[in-house]
Write a protein that binds this ligand. Structure first.
Ligand code: SF4
Length: 431
């Protein structure tokens, strides 16, 4: 490998890490125990680029060299790119340097696979150990687990990091075989399962004794690439539901396929990547995690893909008009959550406020309800706010209308005031 300065290595390795979106830093409660840094939620500064990707952490690769040859990856073995590797001490030095300059709040460390999965994991563990034990760094650390590594190494890493993640990348065994033939489904799922078990087990043990060291206190996450292979949204959403339900997954991230290689196994993406689809999947994911929706309520075999022109909650409401309008003074919380325009916070506010007396339509806007959408689906004290009785075709037209025309394939942006999807929704998929 060529002799490069640390800054030159950093430039190459940070560039190689930019396609990994699974780096959000929420959920850690690591306390400062006399060292530097603080991984508690208030100590983490989230920052998002205009395309919605997190930039608050030092996000780098240990190395962009890789023995594998995944079709979609910029770092694959067959690409003729400059390869560099950091030593574990260099990773620690860079992290501490950025932290002291107040440029970052934590580290997101991913890697290519050098030599073999176990060797690579040992390097990742050593970098994390140096940060924790030698620099006494208490800030947030998220480290990638290398599929195929020994499960004991996975356990060692989870004792040091706040979050660990194994990237699933491809939603089915078939697409994995086609596009990432060096990796197997088993090699990916085994560490996920072990991490899930250790998270649950450690939480129980720490209820008995706080001396038991935490294991990945910010949980595990994974990433799925959207559009590199032919899976339907139903397959993707069902997979995510299984990961949340069975493997104690904290977050599934969806990453629109960005073509970086010419490869006959990959689809040709004309124009921009499938960013609207990515956003709809985040919305569906949000509905499953916070609104009590099951995957089968959002999609089914007859309708296997999300509607790109309508958010999935509004889509569900239009297919279930028989339950609307709901009287907000009587409807149970779980049904209020299904009303377009009523979010988790506004549903809870309604449930609390109506204990003190019957709510009127005017009260709803004050409680945070987006009446522009909700008025077609609710009554208050028997009054209906819309000029239109619920009718699927008419409602669909109104719910998809935008105040300002936008290009069809525009990525929802934090900085676009005219965007009909609000900022929170842009970042998270929240509805
Ligand atoms: S294993 Fe990871 S780094 Fe290596 S080619 Fe595949 S996706 Fe890229």
């Amino acid at each position: 490998m060529p002799k490069l300065t640390l800054a030159e290595k950093l430039e190459i390795l940070a560039d190689g890490a930019k396609y990994d979106v699974s780096c959000a830093s929420s959920g850690s409660s690591r306390r400062n125990k006399g060292g530097i840094g603080n991984g508690a939620q208030c100590g983490i500064c989230h920052s998002w680029t205009a395309d919605g990707r997190c930039v608050s952490l030092l996000k780098i690769l240990l190395t962009n060299a890789c023995i594998y040859d995944c079709a979609y990856c910029v770092n694959r073995r067959s690409n003729d790119t400059r390869r560099v590797i950091l030593t574990p001490a260099e990773v620690a030095e860079l992290t501490i340097g950025f932290y002291r300059r107040n440029a970052i709040e934590g580290l997101f460390l991913s890697t290519g696979v050098v030599k073999d999965p176990d060797h690579t994991m040992e390097l990742l563990i050593e970098a994390t150990r140096i940060l924790r034990e030698e620099h006494r760094f208490n800030g947030y650390i998220h480290v990638k687990v290398v599929p195929g590594a020994d499960l004991l190494l996975v356990e060692r890493l989870g004792r040091l990091a706040d979050r660990v993640s194994v990237n699933m990348e491809l939603p089915s065994r078939e697409s994995l075989k086609l596009l990432a033939p060096d990796k197997s489904r088993e090699a990916i799922v085994a560490p996920m399962k072990r991490v899930g078990e250790l998270i649950v087990q450690t939480k129980e043990e720490r209820k008995v004794s706080r001396k038991i060291p935490p294991f990945a206190p910010a949980g595990q996450s994974t990433q799925l690439i959207i559009g590199a292979s032919g899976e339907s949204d139903l397959q993707i959403v069902s997979l995510a539901a299984g990961l949340y339900g069975r493997l104690a997954m904290k977050r599934v991230y969806y990453s629109a396929f960005i073509p970086v290689n010419i490869d006959s196994r990959l689809p040709s993406v004309i124009g921009t990547p499938p960013l609207v689809r990515e956003h709809r999947l985040y919305q569906a994911d949000w509905l499953m995690r916070y609104y009590g929706f099951a995957a089968g309520e959002l999609l089914d075999e007859e309708r296997p893909n999300l509607d790109l022109t309508l958010d999935p909650k509004a889509g569900w409401a239009l297919r279930n008009l028989h339950i609307f309008p709901l009287e907000v003074n009587r409807a149970p919380l779980e049904l209020l959550l299904r009303v377009p325009g009523i979010g988790v916070r506004s549903a809870q506010r309604i449930a609390g406020a109506r204990r003190g007396g019957h709510l009127s339509l005017d009260d709803l806007a004050r409680l945070g309800v987006v009446m522009k959408r909700a008025r077609y689906f609710v009554t208050a004290r028997g009054r209906f706010a819309a000029d239109l009785a619920p009718d699927a075709a008419g409602l669909r037209a109104r719910l998809t209308e935008r105040t300002t025309p936008r290009p069809r394939w525009n990525q929802p942006s934090l900085f676009d005031a005219a965007a009909a999807i609000d900022i929170q929704s842009t970042i998270t998929g929240e509805l």
